[in-house]
Design a protein around this ligand. Structure first.
Ligand SMILES: Cc1cc2nc3c(=O)[nH]c(=O)nc-3n(C[C@H](O)[C@H](O)[C@H](O)COP(=O)(O)O)c2cc1C
Length: 195
């Protein structure tokens, strides 16, 4: 769908990128993404989120190692198929949970706050749309949320300044697109209008 409206085009054209080039995004681009994040709405105007951007490759690779190890210990708490598939995939050679993106932005929030996920998810969508508008690719990355109780992952995130009591809501992989993702078909029957 092509519309004469930049925001709506951005919404339609954003895709989850899973192949990035090695090129790092600029400081200005990172600042723009983080600024977009903090301008998201938040329940009761809490703004209790914390966005931690990691651009240091050695840190990202070490985090990936901890995630792979964490997944081996992790027991999925339900039958959600993606969780089981992810656990299996993480044991395979070359697995990288953030798709080797040069930048990973972790969204965490204060504990026992009912709107923690909602606030961080809205902020993440702002990041995704801002990335799209800058010609960058992005992807929602869930693994750190699933491993939010893993002691080794948490100890490393604590070293980065993410408070131990924070809940890890989600993260965004961002970078230049190496391979475009096709648009998944939108399912029928997910909208109803009562007039
Ligand atoms: C809550 C949530 C968790 C997701 N987790 C991941 C993930 O861990 N890794 C990944 O590659 N994509 C992840 N995605 C992206 C979805 O797979 C993607 O949005 C979906 O396939 C539709 O594709 P599109 O974003 O290109 O429209 C996640 C999306 C959401 C909303």
């Amino acid at each position: 769908m092509s519309l004469n409206n930049e925001v709506l085009n951005c919404i339609h054209e954003r895709r989850s990128t899973r192949r990035f080039t090695e090129r790092q995004i600029s400081s200005e681009q990172l600042d723009t993404l983080l600024d977009a994040a903090i301008w998201a709405p938040s329940g009761g105007n809490n703004q209790s989120w914390l966005f931690t951007a990691i651009q240091k490759k050695s840190v990202l690779l070490h985090l990936n190692k901890l995630v792979c190890e964490g997944f081996q210990r992790w027991v999925p708490d339900d039958d959600y198929p993606t969780k089981h598939a992810m656990k299996k995939r993480s044991s395979q050679e070359g697995y990288n949970f953030y798709h080797n993106a040069p930048t990973l932005i972790i969204a965490s929030n204060k504990p026992n706050y009912e709107n923690a996920m909602a606030d961080c998810s809205l902020a993440l969508q702002n990041i995704f749309l801002a990335a799209q508008s800058l010609g960058l690719g992005s992807c929602y990355i869930n693994q750190l949320h699933w491993l939010r109780h893993d002691p080794d992952v948490r100890a490393y995130l604590l070293e980065m300044g993410i408070p131990r009591e924070h809940t890890i809501c989600s993260s965004a992989a961002v970078g230049f697109i190496d391979k475009e993702s096709p648009a998944p078909v939108r399912k029928e029957g997910t909208i109803q209008i009562i007039r």
